[in-house]
Ligand binder design. Structure first.
Ligand code: PDD
Length: 282
């Protein structure tokens, strides 16, 4: 039998061991995936890009007709006991619409949201030393991909398809355009120019993506937010994937073919070094 996980979690105003945390089976998060979430990295106990994560949380909540239940200060107080100053972790925060007396698609506006937060350790060395493999796959998700909704059935099936083929990520394609990974944003380098798909409802407004764009622009490296075709992806010199839990992953093999020379590219090294520096001072 697996040992019970005693790590501390936050649920609806209280801290308790993970193994004791329980919600009602009538919680709309459980019944419908009716909720949103955030994943916030913490380096040695310091939350990274917290304002951006809380702003995205507010936008996600508003998109599903809910409101931000806490101020930044209150969130900090909630997260603090979950953080370890000696570890690289992430906070997983989930807010569902709450519990209803019976299962019903419709909802009233006076429900008490269920608020859950836990921390987990980050393992950040998976791409070293030779880069990761990825595959392309048709995007089967819905039309509100900018909302960080807990309803992730399509994403997990797409990611599992990649894992089954020994790949780190599935790169999602819609109408021959590259959108993002199943749980990451994407950057492509061609002839010294860094490209990333534009922000719209087809992709999540990734916080790591935002940080990377700021670093690129600060360095005056040629950059375009533009539609990327499958053909451009296939001919890329470099491909990177970005997320809060995996930072910037260089992809060196796509659909069993080498990306560029098949080694981690020079622009990845440049941007990743800047990112590692920013982590220390943010
Ligand atoms: N996922 N796109 C999708 C579909 C994602 O699920 C994620 C992150 C990203 C990257 O966003 P950010 O840089 O803000 O982490 C893009 C998180 C890590 C998850 O679901 O666990």
């Amino acid at each position: 039998m697996m040992p019970l996980d005693q790590s501390l979690v936050y649920l609806n105003g209280h801290y308790q061991p993970l193994c004791d945390a329980k919600i009602s089976v009538l919680d709309r998060g459980f019944l419908f995936g009716d909720g949103v979430y955030e994943v916030i990295p913490s380096y040695q106990g310091r939350l990274f890009s917290l304002d951006d994560h809380l702003n995205r949380l507010k936008r996600s909540l508003e998109s599903i007709r809910m409101i931000q239940p806490h101020s930044k200060q209150q969130w900090l107080e909630i997260f603090q006991p979950l953080l370890d100053p000696n570890k690289n972790q992430y906070i997983y925060l989930q807010i569902t619409r709450g519990v209803t007396p019976k299962r019903d698609h419709g909802f009233s506006n006076d429900l008490v949201p269920t608020i859950f937060a836990m921390s987990a350790e980050m393992a950040l060395t998976e791409h070293l030393p030779c880069g990761s493999k990825a595959l392309t796959i048709e995007d089967t998700r819905w039309n509100l991909c900018h909302v960080k909704a807990t309803t992730l059935l399509a994403n997990i099936l797409l990611r599992q398809e990649a894992l089954d083929q020994q790949c780190a990520e599935a790169i999602l394609i819609k109408n021959d355009l590259v959108l993002e990974g199943a749980a990451s944003n994407i950057f492509v380098v061609k002839n010294g120019v860094i490209l990333t798909p534009p922000q719209n409802s087809n992709i999540l407004p990734g916080i790591t993506r935002k940080v990377i764009i700021e670093l690129i622009q600060h360095q005056n490296i040629p950059f375009q937010e533009t539609a990327i075709t499958t053909e451009t992806l296939q001919q890329a010199d470099e491909i990177w994937l970005s997320s809060s839990t995996r930072e910037i992953i260089p992809v060196t093999e796509l659909d069993s073919l080498l990306v560029g020379t098949g080694t981690i590219g020079p622009l990845w090294h440049t941007i990743n070094s800047l990112f590692q520096e920013k982590k220390k001072h943010d």
